[in-house]
Write a protein that binds this ligand. Structure first.
Ligand SMILES: Nc1ncnc2c1ncn2[C@@H]1O[C@H](COP(=O)(O)OP(=O)(O)OP(=O)(O)O)[C@@H](O)[C@H]1O
Ligand SMILES: [Mg+2]
Length: 458
């Protein structure tokens, strides 16, 4: 215990605020020793809109985690939703003196050079994440320290947050009595918790389906290489249900969780629900029809994720080998099946892994970001930038510093049901898009897309 470090993750979400306390042993393994979750107050779409209420909710969440762990919390790593952040990739270069080995300071210099991009003064850099290094033209190097060469290059994924919302976030945490040890993008935190070792060798899309936002992270060989935020989450489904069924939000939330599905075919075919609206009149709706209201919203979110990746990186089914859904929204029945249909990739629901201690309490996808903050902090504290250990997977087998994943990863590969039923559109989508061409990898449309994508390069 003497040498162990206490690290705290504070996930300030739109629907809940979670504090997770982790204990990092000298070998880098992480035990979860405290957890506290309270309903979120004063947050809208991942941003603080009421300082006092947010501060009070943070205080309650921290106090609950302190009670479980018996530890007094003084600082925390804090999640940042991506809706007021922007991301870009920048190239950095460092010259190495002849016949000298590349050092950590050379690596840092190459990253610093990449960071020196002109940024809007209203933005501050949250992350500068080095991708693979290039030494004298040799690509694909994860750990250049100790190598020989005269020219070190690196692509750096830069995430910058809007100064105002970040200042509000820091202020609430400080008013609640904690120092902000670090700010971490939500998609990076979630990916750190849910990806396993094999996924860290590939390109995988992590989609954190929260209440107010859907945070997207593309992880290429373990590094966050692209990030985006869709300003819609599971709460929009609830709001739709409340409006259409004329019931209070809390009741709509219950109905969604208990009977809803993202694919009507997965709803109970025989179930009829009696709904009593605000004026006292009662009407019946089948679970199938309920899910026909839900499906377009989830499909819309996936469409926006797809558009973002297609536009920035190329057709998602070509650049990625799988999709991992996490966050509370991933608990809705049928979200994996619908995602598989829309992305044409293997899809699974990601739960936190790679830690010990109170694993049962933080086992669900709603805890991905909070646990990820602790695991991210553990990595940051254990390994300096550009060293071999940095290239290790954050969890799963083969990692020298965290426990192996307890259960093998299982993608859900059964073919999705064919949905021939026209779905009603309860209200116009906020960002209407032209209809999409069918996405079958064998069809010509995709080939054309690939040609388009590479047309500037050949
Ligand atoms: N069992 C469930 N079935 C369906 N939806 C669920 C379930 N549990 C939670 N949700 C939905 O998940 C959402 C909350 O997810 P989460 O706790 O990850 O959000 P958050 O982190 O507070 O928000 P954000 O990340 O957007 O700021 C809500 O929209 C809620 O309705
Ligand atoms: Mg969240």
């Amino acid at each position: 215990m003497k040498d162990n470090l206490i690290t705290v993750g504070l996930d300030i979400g739109t629907t809940k605020i979670t504090t997770v306390i982790g204990e990092i042993a000298a070998d880098g393994s992480v035990d979860i020793i405290g957890e506290g979750t309270v309903p979120s107050e004063g947050i809208k779409r991942g941003a603080v809109v009421n300082l006092e209420r947010t501060t009070a909710a943070i205080r309650n969440s921290v106090a609950a985690a302190e009670r479980v762990s018996g530890v007094k919390v003084t600082n925390a790593y804090v999640s940042v939703a991506g809706n007021h952040a922007k991301a870009l990739t920048s190239h950095g270069l460092a010259a190495i003196r002849r016949s000298q080995e590349i050092t950590v300071s050379d690596v840092e210099r190459s990253i610093e050079n990449a960071r020196a991009v002109p940024l809007d003064p209203n933005f501050e850099v949250i992350h500068a994440i080095p991708q693979e290094y290039v030494v004298d033209g040799q690509e694909g190097i994860k750990s250049p320290v100790g190598m020989h060469g005269v020219r070190l290059e690196v692509d750096v994924h830069i995430v910058a947050g809007s100064v105002g919302p970040l200042a509000n976030l820091r202020r609430c945490v400080q008013e609640a009595g904690l120092q902000v040890r670090g700010l971490v993008l939500e998609s990076l935190a979630s990916g750190t918790a849910v990806l396993d070792a094999s996924e860290r060798d590939q390109t995988v899309v992590v989609i954190d389906m929260g209440g107010g936002t859907t945070d997207v992270g593309v992880f290429k060989r373990g590094n966050l290489s692209h990030s985006a935020c869709i300003p819609i989450g599971g709460d929009h489904v609830t709001t739709d249900l409340a409006q259409i069924l004329k019931i209070p939000l809390e009741e709509a939330e219950n109905v969604k969780r208990k009977y809803g599905a993202a694919l009507p075919e997965l709803a109970d075919p025989d179930l009829m629900l009696e709904i009593t609206n605000a004026s006292g009149s009662t009407h019946a709706i089948s679970a199938f029809d309920l899910s026909r209201i839900i499906k377009p919203r989830i499909a819309e979110i996936y469409g926006m994720v797809r558009d973002e990746i297609d536009r920035e990186l190329g057709p998602v089914e070509l650049i990625a080998s799988g999709v991992v859904l996490t966050g509370g929204g991933s608990l809705l029945r049928g979200v994996s099946e619908l995602a598989r249909e829309r992305f044409r990739l293997p899809v699974r629901v990601g739960r936190p892994r790679g830690m010990g201690g109170l694993t049962d309490i933080v086992a669900g996808p709603v805890h991905a970001a909070a646990v990820g903050l602790v695991l991210y902090a553990a990595q940051e504290q254990m390994h300096p930038v550009g060293t071999a250990a940095q290239a290790q997977p954050a969890n799963g087998s083969g990692s020298p510093y965290v426990r192996p994943a307890p259960t093998p990863i299982e993608y859900d590969l059964t073919p999705p049901p064919v949905d021939e039923t026209p779905t009603p559109t309860p209200k116009p989508a906020p960002t209407p898009k032209p209809p999409r061409a069918p996405r079958n990898p064998d069809e010509k449309t995709l080939v054309d897309k690939v040609k388009d994508f590479f047309k500037d390069w050949i």
